[in-house]
Design a protein around this ligand. Structure first.
Ligand code: PGA
Length: 259
């Protein structure tokens, strides 16, 4: 089953997320397509019920590995479960490179998330330096091996391959062959569903979705509005959309704007 989701990063207040998710709940897709939205902590409680009624999974962008404790400013897996959150994003490049999370830290978080019944979207990807040294496969395999060491419920793990150099406004999209090579490396280490993420747009989505070994897409900027989410989704998986009418995008924008 293809998966399609977004991480809205630090871009939405709870009110903005409510409008966003209500608009996404209007999307009509076939049942064998799973949508998910990864939101700021402050939005989760507000949107979980609406998202779940529409069959959309809700995710958090990070969590601490401990259940509770003297960790000022942190959020734990039981706190996320208490808000009816389905999944947590771990190992995103911004957590690794801006907040200096290392592989061992990510591994502790993965184990805690799974132990508390959450799904995990685990991001892995090489830096431009690692790519240029021919060490992309080594870096991906290391990140994955450490993050999944000791994991006993691998069926709740989704891997997102996101090369660091492909993410964000300065990112450059990889060639399909590079994604296929990374997918083969990841498959050699684990058998989880595999998403591609990094500079996915409505124009590039069909190509990325069609790369062998890729089971879904993980989108940032292009899905920043509900209409952008819908456009990118419909471009990637037109055969799984029940409503092909481009005017549905206008209805979705209106719904989002009503908030
Ligand atoms: P982008 O972000 O689609 O805006 O490049 C992807 C990500 O950070 O996951």
């Amino acid at each position: 089953m293809p998966l399609f989701g977004t991480n809205v990063k630090m871009h939405q207040t709870a009110g903005a997320s409510a409008g966003y998710v209500e608009a996404l709940a209007q999307l009509r897709c076939r049942e064998d397509l799973q949508l998910f939205v990864i939101l700021p902590f402050t939005s989760l409680d507000r949107v979980a019920a609406v998202a779940h009624r529409a069959g959309i999974w809700v995710g958090a962008q990070n969590m601490h590995w401990a259940e509770s404790g003297e960790y000022t400013g942190e959020i734990s897996a039981p706190m996320l479960r208490d808000l009816d959150v389905d999944l947590v994003l771990l190992g995103h490049a911004e957590r690794r490179w801006v907040f200096h999370e290392d592989d061992r830290t990510i591994a502790r978080k993965v184990r805690s998330a799974l132990a508390h019944g959450l799904r995990v979207v685990l991001c892995v990807g090489e830096t431009a330096d690692e790519r240029d040294c021919g060490a992309a496969a080594l870096s991906i395999a290391r990140q994955l091996t450490i993050a999944l060491a000791g994991v006993t419920e691998p069926e709740r793990v989704i891997v997102a391959y996101e090369p660091v150099w492909a993410i964000g406004a300065a990112g450059t999209p990889p060639a399909p062959a590079a994604i296929a090579a990374a997918a083969a490396t990841i498959r050699a280490t684990c058998d989880a569903p595999l998403l591609y993420g990094g500079s996915v747009t409505a124009a590039s989505a069909p190509g990325f979705a069609g790369v062998p070994g890729i089971d879904g897409l993980f989108v940032g900027r292009a899905a920043g509005s509900a209409a952008g989410f819908a456009r990118t989704l419909a471009a990637a998986y037109p055969h799984l959309m029940m409503d092909h009418d481009p005017r549905s995008n206008d209805r979705i924008s209106e719904k989002e704007a009503q908030r």
